[in-house]
Design a protein around this ligand. Structure first.
Ligand SMILES: Nc1ncnc2c1ncn2[C@@H]1O[C@H](COP(=O)(O)OP(=O)(O)O)[C@@H](O)[C@H]1O
Ligand SMILES: [Mg+2]
Length: 257
């Protein structure tokens, strides 16, 4: 049975999409069947793997808001070896449209992913940078949350709010939701701040923090403009090694379960 992991942090620019793409790709290259769900109207994950939706192709919006099934919107990629549900900008309006629904508006995504869960080892959801209904849908559909924390000042401040949201979703919609892990992103070993933030995050989240941390690496920011994961763009760079390490840890942790 597949495991659904939501990559979430309401703060923008902390490395959610970079992590979602390269974790999904890394898991795919390790031989897992992986689905990446781009759940951000910005569509950065979709563009980042070169799967942009043009013309009348279906996207996450159609899946979420209309009578389509996941099979109708899934695209198969070969590099990286994953499937993707692409996003498009009209998802931005879904948040408001959903508010009108009487019941079940938090479970729209769950209802669409549950029927295909058994087809995958991992389903990775790239969440939008907000704590609105889209994020609630992702957390309700998910088995666990992966939290990317950028190694910068105030890193933990946003996380506090995310933890409250997680607790609320646990109480209201998804009792079995757990924290998959915390991944440190954009780590710069030359700065004292990065080292301090790392220590603070490890003190706070203990063994929930992955041993693999993601360094600041220019290649990680270049790869998406070529529609490549880091493993096609430059498999030898530090960023690729770090995300390969993260994917290995995720596999190992889930074997142990
Ligand atoms: N480890 C990293 N090293 C260098 N640049 C990075 C790294 N992680 C992310 N970036 C860049 O930082 C920006 C924000 O990252 P992104 O993954 O899009 O964050 P989010 O999805 O949380 O908004 C992007 O331009 C991305 O390419
Ligand atoms: Mg993003």
């Amino acid at each position: 049975m597949g495991k659904i992991i939501a990559v979430s942090n309401q703060k923008g620019g902390v490395g959610k999409t970079t992590t979602a793409i390269n974790l999904a790709a890394g898991l795919g290259y390790l031989g897992n069947k992986v689905l990446l769900v781009d759940f951000d109207p910005q569509g950065n994950a979709t563009q980042g793997v070169g799967a942009s939706v043009n013309g009348n192709k279906l996207s996450i919006y159609n899946l979420l808001m209309e009578q389509y099934r996941a099979e109708d919107v899934i695209m198969r990629l070969s590099t990286p070896p994953i499937d993707i549900v692409p996003s498009s900008i009209n998802l931005a309006g879904a948040d408001l449209q959903m508010i009108k629904f009487e019941v079940g508006k938090e479970e729209l995504l769950k209802r669409k992913l549950d029927p295909i869960k058994h087809l995958y080892d991992f389903i990775i959801i790239d969440c939008p940078p907000s704590l609105g209904l889209l994020n609630t849908n992702a957390l309700t559909a998910a088995d666990s949350v992966m939290i990317p924390v950028q190694c910068e000042y105030y890193a933990l401040e946003g996380v506090t709010q995310l933890l409250l949201t997680i607790r609320l979703v646990q109480q209201l919609f998804n009792r079995s939701l757990v924290i998959e892990g915390v991944v440190l992103t954009m780590f710069d070993a030359r700065t004292k701040l990065s080292v301090e933030v790392q220590q603070e995050v490890r003190t706070h989240f203990k063994d929930k923090v992955y041993r693999s941390y993601i360094p600041r690496n220019i290649k990680l920011s270049e790869a998406p403009s070529r529609g490549m994961s880091i493993f096609e763009y430059d498999v030898r760079c530090e960023g690729a090694k770090a995300y390969a390490g993260l994917a290995n840890e995720v596999v190992k942790n889930n074997r142990r379960r």
